[in-house]
Design a protein around this ligand. Structure first.
Ligand code: COA
Length: 260
């Protein structure tokens, strides 16, 4: 029987995907990429889902990047195929119409940090470390790292981190804006679930449209960005949820949003 490399814990409105190769520090092999993609595709159309959390099994590693042992046995063509799959997966995560949290439970290197960068928010355990170490292996970050890291922390710091392959401690990552929050070692999932609970109070269409507007607008000049925001707002106007929000406010009760 093959290894169960991805665990899926459904607890609506939240779902937790756990990379489950702790003996390989949750490194991404072809099977794990494939299973993650399937889980992300499924999440995209799950009506009861509001927040997706991605984490790693154990407390040592979130993800040690690509599986370097598998890589050693690959032909150049197979490496290209793997890279194409991991890029597609991370873009799908970035484009999911719901917030995705990376719960960084330990070391996060190379593709592990690139995975976290494709998520919307990052919460790191206090002992976690993060880095894009690829140049030490005579390659470059190939699953979005050269693009998403500078957009998040600025070009100067991104260049320094990528050129040196240096790892940041969790407090350094917080100070540089690479992670949103820190959590005590054994409180990481509690913090992520609490944050997910807060997010889940929002209207799901509003969350999807806000994410769309930010993602699509962030690289556009202001006028285009404002036009993207206007059209994302437009999508919220005819929804049942928008009317429900107004009614709930008037009636002094919590709204019940249905994503319609
Ligand atoms: N691919 C495949 N296997 C990996 C791996 C990876 N990226 N990272 C770790 N492993 C394996 C190790 O080979 C080891 O296997 P073994 O028990 O069969 O020898 C096991 O995971 C534990 O690793 P170990 O190095 O003993 O654990 P550690 O806790 O001391 O260190 C890391 C963990 C992640 C810091 C270290 O393993 C490391 O630097 N890995 C390479 C990470 C990297 O460069 N990633 C970028 C890829 S582009």
């Amino acid at each position: 029987m093959s290894e169960q490399v991805l665990l899926i814990n459904r607890r609506p409105p939240v779902r937790v995907l756990t990379l489950n190769r702790p003996q390989a520090r949750n490194a991404l092999n072809s099977q794990l990429i494939h299973e993650l993609e399937r889980a992300v595709d499924e999440a995209r159309f799950s009506e009861d889902l509001r927040v997706l959390i991605i984490t790693g099994a154990g407390d040592k590693a979130f993800c040690a990047g690509a599986d370097l042992k598998e890589r050693l046995a690959m032909s150049d063509g197979e490496v290209r195929r793997f890279l194409s799959a991991i890029r597609r997966l991370f873009s799908k995560i970035e484009e999911l119409p719901l917030p995705v949290l990376a719960a960084i439970n330990g070391v996060s290197l190379g593709g592990g940090t690139e995975l976290a960068l494709a998520c919307d928010l990052r919460v790191a355990a206090a002992h976690a470390t993060m880095g894009l170490t690829e140049t030490r292996l005579a390659i470059i970050p190939g699953a979005g790292g050269t693009q998403r890291l500078p957009r998040l922390v600025g070009i100067a710091l991104a260049k320094e981190l990528i050129y040196t392959g240096r790892q940041l401690t969790a407090p350094e990552a917080l100070a540089k804006g690479l992670v949103n929050r820190l959590a005590e070692h054994n409180k990481l999932m509690d913090v992520c679930l609490e944050l997910s609970g807060e997010i889940s109070k929002a209207g799901p269409i509003a969350l999807a449209q806000a994410k769309f507007a930010i993602n699509r607008g962030k690289d556009a000049e202001l006028h285009t960005g404002l036009a993207i925001e206007a059209s994302a707002y437009e999508a919220c106007i005819p929804t049942e949820d928008r009317r429900e929000g107004l009614r709930a406010f008037k009636e002094k009760r919590q709204p019940h949003y249905k994503g319609r």
